[in-house]
Write a protein that binds this ligand. Structure first.
Ligand code: TYD
Length: 144
């Protein structure tokens, strides 16, 4: 799989697979996670398969999103390019860098999402309007 959008990438976790004892996955700050982790959050118990989460971008926060169990679809949009990624393994995660619009959908009943973030929760860091997001992408381009 190749990432086509900006401000994203693939993070591979260290894995210790054991068919009987279970699979161990290790994420380490500044090693496979490319930033110092300030916050970890997870989402589970998504009962309605029609639910769509996310629908925002961040100004500064960097994140890596994993599917710890089950599966879901991650949709990425950098304002120019769009990409959909089906996540169904803990072995790799996707970087959600700043200025990357993302939505999560198509959750299996047993889906567990785990996210590592570079910043504490701060609503001011969110861009929740797609229109504003596109305007900010244009602004960033003009600055270059
Ligand atoms: P929301 O941004 O809607 O989640 P998602 O992006 O997965 O759809 O967050 C749901 C609520 O939880 C919202 O009121 C903000 C709050 N929240 C926190 O208080 N701390 C956090 O770390 C996160 C991610 C959300």
């Amino acid at each position: 799989m190749k990432i086509k959008v900006k401000n994203s990438g693939i993070v591979r976790l260290t894995t210790r697979k054991d068919a009987r004892r279970g699979d161990l996955f290790v994420a380490e700050s500044m090693k496979n996670i490319p930033f110092a982790i300030k916050r970890v959050y997870s989402v589970n118990n998504i009962k309605d398969p029609a639910v769509v989460r996310g629908h925002h971008a961040h100004k500064k926060t960097k994140q890596v999103i994993f599917c710890a169990n089950g599966s879901f679809k991650l949709s990425l949009d950098d304002g120019k390019r769009k990409q959909e990624i089906f996540l169904s393994t803990h072995a790799f995660g996707i970087i959600l860098g700043p200025m990357l619009w993302h939505t999560m959908s198509g959750f299996s009943k047993d889906c567990v999402i785990v996210v590592f973030a570079s910043e504490h929760y701060n609503e001011k860091d969110y861009i929740r309007s797609y229109e504003d997001f596109l305007k900010l992408v244009k602004k960033h381009e003009q600055r270059k």
